[in-house]
Design a protein around this ligand. Sequence first.
Ligand code: ACO
Length: 335
Amino acid sequence: MTPKQTPFPSRSRVLGTGSYAPKRVLTNGDLERMVATSDEWIVTRTGIRERRVAAEGEDTSDMAVVAARKALDMAGVAPQDLDMIVVGTISADMPLPSCAAIVQAKLGASKAFAFDVAAACAGSLYALSIADRFIATGGAKRALVIGAELLTRLVDWSDRNTCVLFGDAAGAMVLGPSEDSSRGLLSAHLHTDGTAADILSIPGGGSRTPQSTQVLERKLHKVHMDGREVYKFAVRVLPLAIQEALDANGLAVADIDHVVSHQANLRIVESVLERLHVPIEKCWVNLDRYGNTSSASLPISLDEANRAGRLKEGDVIAMMAIGAGMAWGGALMRW
Ligand code: ACO
């Protein structure tokens, strides 16, 4: 008797990638004129040299749509053929409805169900994992995964601890079933530790402390961060997440051809890769040009590496991301 064949593909594969960053560049020199900081401090502590700032009237969904169109073009998929859209974002156009619903309308992807994932800088990795599961179980054939973030409107421009770090951008991936069972997303491993929620948050403007003049005066609607604790948390858990993904697939560190990482700060990326004994040259680094673009940074890095011709068929890509929650994860993809 032949074994029962599953009617579903075992895994999903990236069919196209795209990214977008607004035109306006804000350099460290510009920031020197806004807060008590210096190009030297920012570069040595973070690796960031400049970031992009969305134009007036440009919303998160606008950036997401540009990145999505590029990914759809590369994939040769029409918006009408999408079954689902997942947007990783914590800076949607408005609290309700989701950014994904607005993106769905702007793209004319009328068949697709659409929703946001709020996992901060890990948002696009969470979104990728969810879309992969829908495809793997036959719930969707074409999925659009986006990370889009407009954090420059959510930071306090008088707080040098946070305002130097973030930038606006969007990245997108189109997923479909993998015909070659050895290629595609091998596995994703997601984690959350809500007991660390306080180290990175936007404490006001939600249901606990609804918007009020007091919230505005105390700037509770802006990003609050204990940078040192975030740093320590990230360098502790990210190597474990990558190792977990390797173990799950019977692979070793030496099998990693590329690292596509959330770009929070160069010191975090360097420290994690050092602990894993992965050379930094394997990682696509672009935070010097964009700063921390939260959920957008992982798909932007994948898109840039892809368009630069870095990714060859069969290459193993290790992915990692971490953000507020704390929420993080590691994944492996065979290109
Ligand atoms: N310019 C100049 N000085 C500054 C600035 C600035 N922009 N920001 C802080 N400082 C000062 C501080 O006030 C402090 O001064 P003090 O000693 O007089 O009090 C001094 O620099 C050292 O501050 P620390 O916070 O201890 O600096 P640290 O070396 O930890 O670097 C940083 C700060 C870059 C934020 C680091 O902690 C870090 O990278 N943390 C990770 C945070 C992160 O990446 N967050 C992004 C969101 S989460 C994510 O994406 C994972």
